[in-house]
Design a protein around this ligand. Structure first.
Ligand SMILES: [Mg+2]
Length: 242
């Protein structure tokens, strides 16, 4: 399956080990419905997506706190659009509702995918690889989710990155004292987990998830060091049987 000897397995967290993105879809829908007197749910969602890309990411990065500010900005802009010069202040109830949406996302709702725990146990017990949790986003939120998952003890190292790009994967290799060709990254985002690691000279396993955030959607390609699996369990099984 893989030509080069892999020493480090780096695993993405959200939507690779546990479901996460569906919480954001749920809150986005609730937000768009709640403000439907200022626009259709579809046009509200279009503005929210635009703001996530052009306002949130450049200013605040990833995570629930950044997204809460984005919902607040979106609510203001929706009201401004609808009011045409009238009073556009958000009401106390509107501010409270958006804050509650944000709080829902900040509290970890972790459902570890079936087979993940057993697979991690088997990978660790084999002693063949160092296991790294490689995630991006808000440090506090990612650590809270990891704690809630109960999976922390399987990892030799936790790396939360601001962005999953070639430079940060290079740093990860330095931290783990491995060459890029000794790294295998597993994840559900082709843009963040797969493409930069292949570019660096490592290997990757792509496990597409049910929900993908639109920002993470890129054109996929084939590569000799790219595996594709349906589940994390399938990936672990294939690796352990090498
Ligand atoms: Mg992910």
């Amino acid at each position: 399956m893989l030509e080069s000897p892999i020493k480090v397995l780096a695993l993405d967290a959200d939507d690779t080990l546990w479901a996460n993105e569906h919480n954001y879809r749920q809150i986005e829908q609730a937000f768009c419905r709640y403000f439907s007197s200022y626009g259709t749910p579809e046009s509200n969602y279009a503005l929210l997506m635009e703001l996530e890309r052009t306002w949130m990411l450049p200013n605040f990065g990833y995570g629930a706190k950044a997204f809460t500010l984005t919902m607040m900005e979106c609510a203001l802009q929706l009201k401004e659009r609808a009011a045409r010069g009238e009073n556009t202040a958000l009401t106390a109830e509107e501010v409270r509702t958006v804050a509650d949406y944000g709080k829902f996302l900040m509290i970890p709702h972790i459902e570890v995918f079936p087979g993940v725990r057993t697979s991690l146990e088997r990978l660790k017990a084999s002693g063949r690889w160092k296991l790294v949790l490689a995630s991006k986003g808000d440090l506090q939120e990612q650590m809270d989710k990891l704690k809630a998952s109960g999976l922390e003890s399987y990892f030799d190292h936790i790396q939360i990155m601001v962005e999953k790009d070639v430079l940060n994967y290079q740093r990860l290799c330095r931290t783990m004292n491995c060459r890029p060709e000794e790294l295998l990254m597993v994840g559900n985002s082709f843009k963040s987990d797969i493409a930069p690691v292949l570019e660096l000279g490592g290997s990757a396993c792509y496990i597409p998830s049910e929900f993908t955030w639109f920002v993470e959607v890129v054109e996929e390609f084939d590569h000799p060091h790219l595996l594709r699996c349906k589940t994390f369990e399938e990936f672990a099984e294939r690796l352990l049987n090498e």
